[in-house]
Ligand binder design. Sequence first.
Ligand SMILES: Cc1cc2nc3c(=O)[nH]c(=O)nc-3n(C[C@H](O)[C@H](O)[C@H](O)COP(=O)(O)OP(=O)(O)OC[C@H]3O[C@@H](n4cnc5c(N)ncnc54)[C@H](O)[C@@H]3O)c2cc1C
Ligand code: SF4
Length: 571
Amino acid sequence: MSNLNIDSVKNRTFDAIVVGSGISGGWAAKELTGKGLHTLVLERGREVKHVVDYPTTMMQPWEFEHRNQIKKEVKDANPIVSKCYAFYEGTEQFFVKDAEHPYVQEKPFDWIRGYQTGGKSLLWARQTQRWSEYDFDGPARDGFAVDWPIRYADIAPWYSYVEKFAGISGNKDGLASLPDGEFLPPHEMNCVEKYFSQSVAKNYSDRHIIMGRAAHLTKPKQIHLDQGRATCQHRTICERGCPYGGYFSSNASTLPWAAKTGKMTLRPDSVVHSIIYDEKKGKATGVRVVDANTKEMIEYYARIIFVNAAALNTNLILLNSTSNRFQNGLGNDSGLLGKYVAFHNYRATINAEYEGYLDNATDGRRPNSPYIPRFRNVFKQETDFLRGYASGFSADRYSHDDRSGLGEDLKKGILNPKLNNVWSVGSHMMGETIPKESNFVALDKTLVDPWGIPQLKISVDYDDNDVKMTKDFFEQLTEMYTKAGFKNIRTNDSNRTPGLDIHEMGGVRMGKDPKTSLLNKWNALHSCKNVFVTDGASMTSTSTQNPSLTYMAFTARSVDYAVKEMKKGNL
Ligand SMILES: Cc1cc2nc3c(=O)[nH]c(=O)nc-3n(C[C@H](O)[C@H](O)[C@H](O)COP(=O)(O)OP(=O)(O)OC[C@H]3O[C@@H](n4cnc5c(N)ncnc54)[C@H](O)[C@@H]3O)c2cc1C
Ligand code: SF4
């Protein structure tokens, strides 16, 4: 896929450039090449090829030198990434190590990154819920941030478009707060999950326990087989990379599809430094790249540029793209570039026990779990905080083995695990946070990274709204759990620092008015119309749902627009 023999201006000129090869960049590459554009995909990390570069994907627990645990030295040297639940011996090769890619925490922020072909698409948990009209209406209705320039109806057909290709499993639940999509067969709930779903349905008209919608091929269609992907085997070791392509990743899906067109040039180890702006032409003409290995600076040129470096890195690149015309960052006439960054509040969990269904047990594995769609402030404002939260839910009948004794007794204890005499149930909160000017990222004035690029300074924190929402989550979930007869209910506010939700958004927000936003309704910079941002940086507000499906849909919609405009000679 790569072509490193690029040494003349002509050979460094493409129809389109995509910065980043993760979830949104992979989609940009697929769509642009599919529409016939010669596209250069610049990826700062190393190349990771589907299947061959998943070294741990077939390893058994006993084959890991450290039994699949992170070594103490690695943990000590990487305190930030070590907090991520998905960082273990089998996956550490796909995560950025703290010290190798420094940034400045003006306030504590756990920035979890994946720098390689495919970005974080290899690592994600694959939850893919659509946003609803209530999410896109939110800022206008509740009076925070700015109004979205589009509504659910504008993006709905693009959700369908990306869902069909990516392969999303789920039920058609018919809920206004969580629109249905183009689903493959759903995963199943176990008996206690079904019981809780029934209990909630009996006690509440506005609350639902449904199966999560997830990017897994439960029953592949021809379009998935054509990508070389196969049925998900329920191994639940997805973040090591899946040789079956059972879940959606750029590596298994969009990038090979783009490569098949013969129109994609993928250049790994290419750290985009900034975007080149031509004042005479009044548009961007290309990008400056630092070769990750040689540190040589190289320029590449194109008529349109998609910046898909993941939310905070996209902010960094635009802030670092200065010129006479844009002295504070490309497209930054409003002075708001880097501001109104928001995230998801994942700090609260609740756990309990259930004494029913003791003649049943959980067995096997399922790469998904049930989901409680947002039920607070959906149709009207009804609490003392803005917006709301979704939650996960799962029930497990764990077993334990008796490790007392020695020799034969020990062997017997381990080989005959005993089921716990209760079920364990639990939920975690996924809260919307309100974008605020005071939550921002900026370039540090003195510190640079090993590639000579200013380090990103992150200044993001919770506010009173998040505290009130967390309290409400505990109260409401406790009530729902109590009504279901769950016992020994325990709530926990981990107070963990923002970032670990890995859903950072904003800084380059979309909006109607160039004075209060950076991007128009097609995700193009208001004042530099051939530069598009379709990753999390473009999000005006965050909703409660996981965001990546929405980035995919925005990217496909934006590419469609950009290519039509190019063909009309407008770009
Ligand atoms: C453990 C985990 C669980 C998650 N679970 C979910 C989930 O269930 N559902 C969900 O919706 N989301 C989930 N996410 C978040 C999801 O991974 C991201 O939202 C998604 O990957 C964002 O897509 P992206 O294209 O913006 O960024 P990425 O996928 O991160 O891709 C960005 C790419 O840009 C490259 N890049 C960065 N800077 C530069 C530069 N200067 N020059 C060139 N290239 C650059 C990076 O190396 C990377 O490859 C999870 C993430 C993690 C880590
Ligand atoms: S659960 Fe499915 S997607 Fe995940 S690794 Fe296994 S086969 Fe692949």
